[in-house]
Ligand binder design. Structure first.
Ligand SMILES: Cc1ncc(COP(=O)(O)O)c(C=O)c1O
Length: 382
């Protein structure tokens, strides 16, 4: 073995041992038990209509797209689902990329220039952070959903170019909602470009299920929204929605779009079916948010109704122990630890879906209370 690879192996093994010691070494484990951790909020991923449509599309178009969209990978199925998604979001245009991760990188690296300033919520998703880092804009982090801190920073940080505000609408690990109406006001006052990641809100919020931009009614103030199709829509990929000129520019400039094989064309057909299903899913939306409300009430943690309920335990090992005990009782819940969440806030991220019954959720709540009680001596501040 070459010396350099021994050095590398040694370095990597030392890092893995360090992750072990910190209680943050990740392991892969397959689904088992009642789903309380996926992002399949409406149960579309296994829906018979979705399966059928996907299989039919594979029969018709094959498995792979064979190239980037700019080469032979483009298909009319992509174009038509983009047009439909743009109408769904009430924007002039949309572009489909292989994942929400790719979309966030593409958007932020394409539009942010070095003389721009981007204001970013401190709990924004890693893909947003990486996209901002890839751009050369100055990144200014404000407190989570902290309107005063953001307003103060906007007034005080000089900017020679464009100012951006970047936020999730429904936060993925906390299940709370950004003050979007306030951001819309700021946008109107300062001419900011507002970029909203709707990954967890699409399908669950809004009268038609298009997300929180619709729910709060701030569409005219949003420059771009990024909408993962891998969560409530049950497939994969993501749509960037906004004005024609911006979408056209992404086709030229977004490197994850230009330099990557297009997703299987059948994904476009499956998403089209998901949009059909969404039109009939008001009850599912209402049900899943009702579960969010009742689980919070049973656990005495806040008064929101989102489908994402964080149970913050603090220490990494406690979150892992709680998740292991719940899984042993048949509930598939996962521990979320740093760097996904800030140090000292390890948690169970409970995500609800429309296939769950109120009884199952209440059974889970009582098991969780028992487990938290068992762990209580370890939870007490030392
Ligand atoms: C807020 C947020 N944005 C973007 C993404 C990435 O989306 P995708 O899973 O489609 O790559 C995620 C994924 O968990 C997310 O939580």
């Amino acid at each position: 073995m070459a010396t350099s690879s021994r050095i590398l192996e040694h370095r990597v093994l030392a890092r893995l041992a360090e992750l072990d010691a910190l209680g943050i070494r990740r392991k892969l484990s397959e689904p088992s038990g009642i789903d309380l951790c996926s992002n399949d909020y409406l149960g579309f991923a296994q829906h018979p209509r979705m399966r059928r449509r996907f299989v039919e599309a594979v029969e018709a178009m094959g498995v792979g797209s064979t190239g980037s969209r700019l080469l032979r990978g483009h298909r009319s199925a992509f174009r038509s689902v983009e047009e439909r998604f743009a109408r769904f979001k009430g924007t002039p245009a949309a572009l489909f990329l292989g994942s929400g991760w790719a979309a966030n990188l593409g958007v932020l690296a394409s539009f942010l220039n070095e003389d721009d300033v981007v204001f970013s919520d401190e709990l924004n998703h890693a893909s947003l952070i990486d996209g901002m880092r890839m751009s050369r804009a100055r990144r200014v982090v404000y407190g989570h959903c902290d309107t005063e801190s953001l307003a103060r920073l906007i007034e005080s940080v000089p900017c020679a170019g464009q100012r951006f505000v970047v936020t999730e609408s429904l936060f993925s690990m906390d299940g709370d909602i950004a003050p979007l109406d306030f951001y819309a006001e700021l946008q109107a006052r300062h001419g900011l470009a507002l970029i909203v990641d709707e990954a967890h809100a699409v399908g669950v919020y809004g009268e038609t299920g298009s997300g929180l931009i619709e729910d709060v009614g701030i569409g005219e103030h949003v420059f771009l929204s990024v909408n993962s199709a891998g969560k409530a829509l049950g497939v994969c990929g993501a749509f960037v929605c906004g004005p024609e000129w911006a979408i056209d520019y992404l086709v030229q400039a977004a490197r994850p779009f230009v330099f990557s094989t297009a997703p299987p064309p059948a994904t476009a057909s499956a998403i089209d079916e998901a949009l059909d299903l969404l039109e009939e899913s008001e009850n599912r939306r209402r049900h899943v948010r009702g579960l969010g409300k009742s689980l919070r009430a049973s656990l005495g943690i806040g008064d929101g109704d989102s489908q994402i309920v964080p149970i913050i335990l603090g220490r990494n090992d406690l979150a892992v122990r709680a998740a292991t005990r719940l899984r042993a009782r048949g509930f598939d819940v996962r521990a979320i630890r740093p760097p996904t969440v800030p140090d000292g806030t390890a948690r169970l991220r409970v995500s609800l879906n429309a296939g769950l019954s109120e009884t199952e959720v209440q059974r889970f709540a009582s098991q969780l209370k028992v487990i938290v009680k068992e762990l209580e001596p370890c939870l007490a501040p030392s």
